[in-house]
Design a protein around this ligand. Structure first.
Ligand SMILES: Cc1ncc(COP(=O)(O)O)c(C=O)c1O
Length: 438
C-alpha cells in the first residue's frame, strides 16, 4: 500500500528531494535484523544502518521492552533541577564506555543538539576562565556537524550553508581529501601536514581568540573521508600547545562504527569534548550526549555564586528523557554484551575487500573506507553533479538494497550484525547498478 499522491503533500521531508520523492515514494513500513520492508512488501537489505544509527540490529526486543516498561513507570521527569535514576545510570555507563579522561555527560536529543551544546560549552568555558576573547570556533571543510546554526557554521559542506546567508563566524581547516590518496585502503598515508593549517589560523587570529576546533574523527556525511596517518594526533598536539579545546564530533564514529568503541580509541587521540547521538540508543529513540573532561566540568563548578545558581544555562526539556535513557541503557547493554565494536572490527576487512573490489568499475574515481563505513566516489556529470549517485542508489533500492547517495558519492555503513554473505549480495547489487548507470 503506497499512500495516495495527495496524502503525501502535507509531509515536508528533511534533506530530501521532495518533488522526486512524491513522484515516486519510498515508504518503509517495518524492520527486522538487517532488513527493511517497504510498502510493497519487498525486503530490503539496509546497508546504511538506517542513517548510520542502527548498527546493533533493527527492532531489538531488549530496547522495545525497556522503552515500554519505562513508559509505564515514569513517562517524564523535569530535566532541570531534578533527575531520575535512569539518567544517572546512563551517564555512568556513557562515562565508562567513552575513553578515560571524558568524565561528565550532558544529555541532548540529537547529534545537532550535541554539537550546539559542545560549542556553547567551549565558549562558556573560556569565559568562566576569564578569557572572553577566546571565542572563535574552527571546523573543517566538508565537515558535517548537524543542521542547527552553530553546527552549520562550523560545518563545511557548502550546499548546506549557502541557503542561509550569514552564519556564525567560524574558520575552516582544509579537508583531507587528497587526489594522491585515492583508493587508499583504510587510513591514507599522505597529508599529515594539512593539520598545520591550524597553526596558520592561530598566527592569523592568535590562540587567545580561539575557543575550540571541532572535527569528525572521519567525515561521514561528506562521503567517508578518513584523515591521513598522524593527522588527528597533530591536531591534538597543536590544540594542547596553544590551549585550544579539541571537540570530536563522534555522532557517526561513536559506538563501534570504526571497529573500536569510538573514533578517539581507533585513532588513539583524546579530545576534550565528545559529541554523541545515533548509536547511543541504536537509533530507536532520539538522544544525544556531550561528554566533557574533568577540567571542563570542574571549571564550571568552580563558581563563586551560591550553589543553587545555574552554572551552565543550557539544556533541553527532553535532556535525559526517561524513555530515551531506557533505550540508551538497553542499547549500551547490547553494545557491550555482544561486543559489537569487535564484531564491526572483525567484519571490516571483508567489507574493505568488497568495496575496493569496485575499483575499476565505470565512473568510479575513488573508494574510501574505515571500519564498517565506506564511500564510492562517482565521476560527476558536469551540470548535474549528484545525478549518477542518485540513479545508482535508486536502482539499488529497486533491487532490494538501501545505500545512501550524498553529493557525488554512494555511501555504505552496514549494521555490525551483518553476515559476510549479506554483504556479498549487497555489493553484487551495487556493482551491477554502477555498471548500468549512464
Ligand atoms: C558528525 C555528525 N554530527 C552531527 C550530526 C547531526 O545529528 P542529528 O541528525 O541527530 O541532529 C550528524 C548526522 O548525521 C553527524 O553525522
Amino acid at each position: 500500500m503506497i499512500a495516495a499522491q495527495h496524502d503525501l503533500q502535507a509531509y515536508w521531508l528533511p534533506f530530501s528531494g521532495n518533488r522526486q520523492f512524491k513522484d515516486s515514494p519510498r515508504i518503509i513500513v517495518s524492520a527486522e535484523g538487517c532488513y527493511y520492508r517497504d510498502s510493497n512488501g519487498r525486503k530490503i537489505f539496509d546497508a546504511m544502518s538506517g542513517l548510520w544509527c542502527c548498527g546493533f540490529g533493527h527492532n531489538r526486543p531488549e530496547i522495545a521492552e525497556a522503552v515500554n516498561r519505562q513508559l509505564l513507570e515514569l513517562d517524564y521527569a523535569p530535566a532541570f533541577q531534578f533527575a531520575h535514576p535512569l539518567v544517572i545510570d546512563l551517564a555512568n555507563r556513557v562515562k565508562e564506555i567513552t575513553p578515560a579522561g571524558l568524565e561528565h555527560v550532558f544529555f541532548t536529543n540529537s547529534g545537532s543538539e550535541s554539537v550546539e551544546t559542545a560549542l556553547k560549552m567551549a565558549r562558556a568555558y573560556w569565559r568562566k576562565k576569564r578569557q572572553p576573547d577566546k571565542a572563535r570556533l574552527i571546523g573543517r571543510v566538508k565537515g558535517y556537524h548537524g543542521a542547527n546554526f552553530g553546527g552549520t557554521s562550523v560545518g563545511g559542506i557548502e550546499p548546506n550553508r549557502l541557503p542561509y546567508g550569514e552564519l556564525m563566524p567560524a574558520d575552516h581547516l582544509p579537508h583531507t581529501l587528497l587526489p594522491e590518496n585515492a583508493f587508499s585502503h583504510g587510513i591514507p598515508e599522505r597529508g599529515i601536514e594539512l593539520a598545520d593549517a591550524l597553526e596558520e589560523l592561530i598566527s592569523q587570529h592568535g590562540a587567545a581568540r580561539i575557543a575550540a576546533v571541532i572535527v569528525e574523527p572521519f567525515s561521514g556525511s561528506a562521503g567517508v573521508i578518513v584523515p591521513p596517518q598522524g593527522y588527528l594526533q597533530r591536531l591534538r598536539e597543536i590544540c594542547t600547545e596553544h590551549d585550544i579545546l579539541l571537540i570530536f564530533d563522534e555522532v557517526i564514529s561513536g559506538f563501534g562504527r570504526t571497529g573500536a568503541s569510538f573514533g578517539a580509541d581507533f585513532f588513539g587521540v583524546l579530545p576534550d569534548i565528545m559529541c554523541l547521538a545515533k548509536g547511543l540508543t541504536n537509533g530507536a529513540i532520539p538522544m544525544g550526549a556531550v561528554v566533557a573532561s574533568e577540567t571542563i566540568y570542574e571549571t564550571f563548578m568552580d563558581d563563586d555564586a551560591p550553589a543553587y545558581m545555574i552554572e551552565f544555562p543550557h539544556g533541553y526539556t527532553y535532556s535525559g528523557h526517561p524513555v530515551a535513557c531506557a533505550a540508551g541503557l538497553a542499547a549500551m547493554n547490547i553494545f557491550e554484551q555482544e561486543k559489537l565494536a569487535d564484531r564491526a572490527r572483525e567484519l571490516a576487512p571483508h567489507f574493505e575487500e568488497l568495496i575496493h573490489g569496485l575499483n575499476g568499475a565505470k565512473h568510479v574515481t575513488d573508494i574510501r573506507n574505515i571500519g564498517l563505513a565506506g564511500a564510492v566516489q562517482i565521476e560527476p556529470i558536469s551540470d548535474e553533479p549528484a545525478r549518477r549517485p542518485f540513479e545508482i542508489a535508486l536502482a539499488c533500492w529497486e533491487k532490494g538494497l538501501y545505500v545512501r547517495w550524498a553529493g557525488d558519492t554512494v555511501c555504505m555503513s552496514p549494521l555490525f550484525i551483518s553476515e559476510k554473505q549479506q554483504l556479498d549480495e549487497a555489493f553484487n547489487i551495487l556493482s551491477d547498478c554502477i555498471g548500468k548507470v549512464a
